[in-house]
Design a protein. Structure first.
Length: 184
């Protein structure tokens, strides 16, 4: 089953995930081909977002975009997320920031035991958590459409960690350009 999930996860990463890591340079900017005017590889729900000041996005709206990103995952992956809480925080706390290098911005974080590392004795535990950080994502983006696209990328990246992919493997997959949202 693990081989099937890993193979399927590679398939979703190939078909539907972003090139950028969940760790982004503070000075980084979106490549020209991913700018808001581009409709290439952008899910329909992202294209329908009204223009507005994305830095004043309500928590409720941001959470709706996160929920939509999870709902848009293929059923085979959503079914495996039954003991995972996906939550939104404004910013990472000190403990969460300690996991990354200096000069980096944390956009999302998986906290838990990846499925690939669970043993027969794994059970009766608190849910794993995927935390999506609203303010760093808003700060990195120039429009509401970019925020929505970035949320999709970050959610997929963190879910990949849940299935056992580490950052090095994700960087290899993302470098191949397989990490872009699908066009619907």
């Amino acid at each position: 089953m693990l081989v099937v999930l890993t193979t399927s996860l590679h398939a979703i990463m190939l078909a539907a995930t972003c090139r950028d890591s969940h760790l982004a340079s503070k000075s980084g900017s979106a490549p020209a081909k991913d700018l808001p005017g581009s409709r290439r590889n952008v899910p329909a729900f992202i294209r329908t977002i009204a223009k507005g000041d994305h830095r004043t996005m309500t928590r409720e709206h941001f959470e709706e975009l996160v929920a939509q990103a999870v709902d848009d995952l293929p059923e085979e992956f959503r079914a495996e997320l039954e003991n995972v809480d996906v939550v939104v925080q404004d910013y990472p706390d000190r403990r969460q920031l300690a996991r990354i290098g200096r000069g980096m911005m944390l956009l999302g974080l998986y906290e838990g035991v990846p499925q690939a590392k669970r043993t027969q004795g794994y059970g009766m535990v608190l849910p794993d958590r995927i935390v999506i950080f609203q303010k760093p994502i808003e700060d990195r983006c120039r429009s509401e459409a970019e925020v929505a696209t970035e949320i999709v990328k970050v959610v997929r990246h963190e879910i990949a960690h849940h299935f056992g992919l580490d950052d090095a493997e994700l960087r290899r997959i993302e470098a191949k350009g397989y990490n872009r949202p699908r066009r619907t």
